[in-house]
Design a protein around this ligand. Structure first.
Ligand code: C2O
Length: 568
């Protein structure tokens, strides 16, 4: 059982004026886009570009002050603060969501102490869930739903649990000490740890409701062909695990399409695409820890000014959300929009696999360190109600090893690990390919209304260690958005992502932002892509961008190929 130390009541230090933090932001320069191995964008410059909040006088070399993300102050949660945006004609409009996602308030709160356990709870893959465990799960979910009716203020009820997600990503909280700056757990390195803790308490609450501390959530094994359809357990309309608000065309036996390319119906192609995407986001696109985890996010950072989630968050994670969300709903509820995603029981099963991906990535041998040695990361914290309704503060550092949280994952094969696309024997003939094509500088800024093809110069010839950078991607936040990027593609088969020429994708779930559009950068590593396409000794490449969903809601500011610094 959790033993609590009620050692603090005020979670924040006194609010600091924004300007007082500025000198500490010199660490930003570590992620400039000129040849880095990190996030690939210079957020300080981006912020400058977005209104000059930050002066150029940051003192390089000075030790940065501690800037962990502080847990929210529940007493300041705005019950009408959840909003989303919608495009009306040419303008973006903030629309209030008819939902109060604030949790019940109590000032009795404390640091969470991990309970002692003797045996790890074992999360099973949903398609192999034993009948006994399924029965427990359904019973626990039914009890959780019951609380909505019998005691809507019980923080363990299903709606309350769902609202946690809305609260941490739809804006009812400002960051403590930074009025007007949203608290947002997505699109950065808080993504994996936040959701790990969220599921941890959700699972323990379900166990508590049926008096079974061994209860473990199943995971939706969508990275394995056997799990690439909606798990049966969730597709039974009479079950407590069912949700009506899903894409009806994607119920069983439809095959998951992580690439969201609705034109493809051949299940073999879909599975092959899925495996190719998994390989990229777990292996070949990841060359630093933040590539996978997401970029840094510190106190005071505006989460909408730089959004760059990790490969897994942007890829399979977002893919499943969008694939399950109901197109009959304006905002693609439930799974297709952050504010409502937690209302679908399948959300937690999906996120168990997202969490499992973190544990698997951690063990894939790599040339870079998997550890993020940064105190702001480790000390960032969140608030949750535990299974006994205690309000507790948890830190990222305490969740980095999932076994310390008392659970493990049943093994399931990961066939994507061998899904590197076949290499081309003969390089593309660039002269032929480039005939009549414009160069990139003639094309950008680009409104993505149709497929475009253009020439991009390379800093070095041939197989250099380079990355493709798409800059200032301005998106309408109310839209589901997806586009794909190909290189030296002679065949023009945009449906086939299991080919050497596929470079990567941009995907955005509809989400909320305070009255403005989001600005993103997308960096795609090219080193392995160059090997795959067996690039000739060329000093340029042909890039193709294929809009799949809502291209008209995207403007891309520029594109270039940058040299990456040699890794240590
Ligand atoms: Cu918090 Cu899957 O999103």
């Amino acid at each position: 059982m959790a033993s609590l130390q009620f050692s603090f009541t005020a979670l924040s230090s006194a609010p600091k004026p924004r300007s007082s933090r500025l000198p500490g932001r010199s660490h930003r320069s570590q992620i400039s886009c000129s040849g880095d191995g990190g996030g690939g964008i210079d957020r300080r410059n981006m912020l400058l570009g977005l209104g000059g909040l930050y002066g150029a006088g940051s003192s390089l070399g000075r030790k940065a002050e501690a800037l962990p993300i502080l847990p929210p102050d529940l007493s300041t949660c705005d019950p009408t603060g959840a909003t989303t945006t919608r495009r009306v004609g040419d303008k973006q409009e903030v629309v209030k969501l008819d939902v109060n996602c604030c949790p019940p308030f109590t000032d009795k709160q404390g640091d969470y102490k991990l309970p002692v356990f003797t045996k790890l709870r074992r999360r099973q893959s949903a398609h192999r869930l034993s009948p006994a465990n399924l029965a427990k799960y359904k019973k626990a979910m039914a009890k959780m739903r019951e609380l909505d009716v019998t005691d809507p203020d019980d923080p363990r009820g299903f709606t309350q649990q769902a609202n946690i997600h809305c609260a941490y990503c739809n804006g009812p909280y400002d960051q403590v000490g930074h009025p007007g700056v949203d608290l947002q757990v997505h699109n950065s390195w808080t993504f994996f740890p936040f959701h790990r803790w969220y599921l941890y308490f959700y699972e323990r609450i379900l166990g508590e409701l049926i008096g079974d501390p061994t209860f473990a959530l199943p995971y939706w094994n969508w990275d394995n062909p056997r799990g690439m359809s909606m798990p049966m357990a969730f597709d039974d309309p009479s079950s407590s695990l069912y949700d009506e608000d899903r894409n009806q065309a994607h119920r069983r036996p439809a095959v998951v399409d992580l690439a969201l390319n609705s034109g493809i119906t051949d299940p073999v192609q879909l599975i092959s695409n899925n495996l190719a995407l998994m390989y990229k986001e777990m292996v070949s696109d990841v060359e630093t820890a933040v590539d996978f985890l997401g970029t840094e996010y510190r106190a005071g950072d505006d989460p909408h000014a730089f959004a760059l989630g990790g490969t897994s968050e942007r890829g399979s994670h977002t893919g499943i959300h969008a694939w399950v969300g109901d197109p009959r709903n304006d905002l693609k509820e439930d799974m297709g929009n952050f504010y409502s995603a937690g209302r679908d029981p399948i959300f937690y099963c999906h996120h168990a696999n997202v969490d499992r991906m973190w544990t698997i990535w951690d063990k894939i041998p790599a040339s870079y360190s998997k550890k993020v040695d940064d105190d702001d990361f480790k000390n960032s914290s969140f608030m949750f109600y535990d299974e006994k309704k205690n309000l507790v503060r948890v830190k990222i550092s305490d969740c980095l090893d999932h076994r310390k949280l008392g659970y493990e994952y049943e093994y399931s094969d990961t066939p994507w690990i061998n899904s590197r696309p076949p290499q081309r024997a003969v390089p593309a003939n660039l002269k032929e390919l480039a005939k009549g094509l414009p160069t990139a500088d003639k094309v950008f800024p680009l409104k993505l209304v149709k497929t475009v093809k253009f020439l991009v110069p390379k800093p070095a010839k041939g197989k250099a260690d380079e990355a493709l950078l798409l800059e200032n991607i301005v998106t309408d936040n109310s839209k589901l958005i997806k586009f794909d990027v190909f290189i030296n593609d002679e065949d023009d088969k945009p449906d086939e992502l299991d080919r050497a020429e596929y470079v990567g994708s941009f995907t955005q779930l509809p989400h909320r932002v305070k009255g403005k559009e989001s600005v993103n950068n997308l960096r795609l590593n090219l080193r392995e892509v160059y090997e795959n396409i067996n690039i000739a000794d060329d000093d340029a490449v042909v890039i193709t961008i294929v809009p799949l969903i809502s291209g008209d809601a995207v403007t891309i500011g520029g594109i270039k190929i940058i040299r990456r610094r040699p890794r240590k």
